[in-house]
Write a protein that binds this ligand. Structure first.
Ligand code: NAI
Length: 485
């Protein structure tokens, strides 16, 4: 049988050291893989490739469908986006799977208390504030757009339930902040319970993310698999890493429908790079996840067992373990695993992996069939005037079929009612809505906005829509629901 080709990017900093260590273990085990080494990372960025990858690297990953990567440095300043995030987003690896499991020999508060931890965090990997869509809307106010889509939520939530089945979990928990972000996290939570219906054999529940953090620390054993949006998932997964001894022990897989990326969760560790001191455990465990994914179950299990045995025997790199036993370097740590594996003559031909079919063009994902009606417009207005002065300007020029319904500042209503105790910044949102009656064309809302341009410094415009008559925009804090007329 032919070997399976995978693309390998060693990365920056400690990346080459830990990748060489991991590959030496794979080669000892005759894992039937062929490694295509590709150029990605800071050095490639410095050569002028703004995505941090060469054209050959991109072609290789899109052909093999599997990227095994070391950590990569994000160049500082100049508005440069993270190479790691670019890779995840470009190839739509929508689901980040991180496993946190107690490792015998890695002392933590919980291991000492005899509390075993086995938690998987599935984090949405593309959307949320990681769109990095940010603008200054006035001198003092910057805005970030948080994008949550129904198809994107469906992808990660389905991946979460599928992972739970594979891992033998019985419960999937959705972490969210839908009590505050009613539309974005509300959509994520609704989608969670919709998809949960497809998996009646699994229990599904949800928890608000702040309570989740507290419960993870107090009762980690009550959680099995938790699925979250991107930023919340980022924070919660680092918290979980802390439960099992740190980022060095957490493997990570980024799964897309076509391309998968397996990588360590830690960074390039510039402080110890080139010294041969780095701990390869996180990358090795990510590699083991990759072997599982490719169908090399026996190789995966034997390597994982050898790693755990070596750690339990007290072999450790400088970042963990008993102070009493001397720490070893990266290569010696890998060699100890190889010695533990012993002679390895196993050939696993049972894999079922097929490289991705090449795609002709981007696919459009959509699920909505509702009727969209535009019912108003929010104008972002830069101003140091009072709310009443702004309201007077708008009301003196408002179209007869429209009304000014609210003015908010940092999300809090300051007109028609409000409090002098609400501190203001120099950016208001002025909401104009249709009065009721027949439909008003979107173009007319724009014309109304443009009419105000000579009198107000409008820095942005957002249309207000309903789907099948249901409001799809948030109210200001303190604003009541508009009565339909
Ligand atoms: P870091 O994870 O590189 O280092 C934090 C601390 O942990 C350092 O003291 C380091 O020595 C230690 N450490 C990390 N990995 C280790 C290992 N395998 N063995 C022993 N000690 C280890 O985080 P930092 O310093 O915030 O980031 C450095 C660079 O890495 C930045 O350019 C950042 O953008 C990049 N980065 C890349 C990631 C990726 O490729 N997925 C993830 C996180 C950061």
């Amino acid at each position: 049988m032919d070997k399976i080709k995978i693309s390998v990017a060693k990365g920056d900093g400690i990346g080459p050291e830990i990748m060489d260590a991991v590959i030496s273990i794979f080669e000892h085990c005759n894992v039937p893989l062929e490694y295509e080494y590709i150029q990605m990372g800071k050095s490639v960025y410095d050569q002028g490739y703004l995505t941090g990858m060469t054209d050959e690297a991109k072609e290789s990953v899109e052909r093999t469908g599997v990227l095994f990567k070391g950590p990569m440095e994000t160049p500082k300043g100049g508005g440069v986006k993270s190479i790691n995030v670019t890779a995840r987003k470009t190839w739509n690896t929508h689901s980040n799977i991180r496993k946190f499991k107690t490792i015998k020999g890695v002392d933590t508060v919980f291991s000492k208390a005899g509390i075993p931890i086995d938690i998987t965090v599935v984090r949405e990997n593309i959307e949320d504030t990681y769109g990095g869509i940010e603008h200054y809307v006035s001198k003092d106010v910057a805005v970030s757009r948080r994008i949550i889509s129904r198809p994107g939520s469906e992808q990660v939530i389905r991946a979460a339930f599928e992972t739970a089945l594979k891992e033998g979990y019985t419960k999937v928990t959705c972490g969210h902040k839908a009590n505050i972000m009613k539309l974005t996290d509300g959509m994520f939570l609704d989608t969670f319970y919709e998809i949960a219906k497809e998996y009646p054999q699994l229990e599904a529940d949800d928890v608000i993310v702040d309570a989740l953090c507290m419960k993870l620390v107090v009762q980690p054993e009550t959680f099995q698999l938790v699925v979250l949006t991107n930023l919340q998932g980022d924070i919660v997964s680092d918290l979980c890493a802390g439960l099992v001894g740190g980022l060095g022990f957490a493997p990570s897989a980024n799964l897309g429908d076509h391309i998968k990326i397996f990588e360590a969760v830690h960074g390039t560790a510039p402080d110890i790079a080139g010294k041969g001191l780095a701990n390869p455990t996180s990358l090795l465990l990510s590699g083991v996840m990759m072997l599982n994914f490719l169908g090399f179950e026996t190789h995966a299990e034997r390597i994982r067992t050898a790693l755990y045995t070596v750690i339990d025997n007290g072999v450790h790199t400088g970042d963990f373990g008993e102070d009493r036993s001397k720490s070893v370097g990266t290569k010696a740590f890998a060699d100890a695993i190889i010695t533990e594996l012993g002679a390895f003559d196993f050939t696993d031909l049972s894999n079922t992996y097929k490289p991705p079919l090449s795609l002709e063009g981007n696919r459009m994902m959509h699920s909505s069939t509702e009727t969209i009606e535009t019912v108003g417009v929010d104008l972002f207005v830069e101003s140091k005037s009072s709310p009443k002065e702004i309201a007077d300007i708008v009301n003196s020029r408002i179209y007869p079929d429209m009304e000014l319904t609210t003015i908010t500042n940092r999300g809090t209503q300051v007109w028609p009612s409000g409090s002098v105790y609400t501190d203001l910044v120099d950016n208001y949102v002025v909401r104009i809505e249709k009065k009721g009656g027949p439909e008003v064309k979107k173009k007319r809302f724009m014309e109304q906005a443009v009419d105000l341009f000579d009198h107000l410094r409008v820095s942005g415009i957002e249309m207000l829509i309903t789907l099948d008559g249901v409001r799809k925009y948030s109210l200001g804090q303190g604003q009541g629901e508009k009565k339909s007329t």
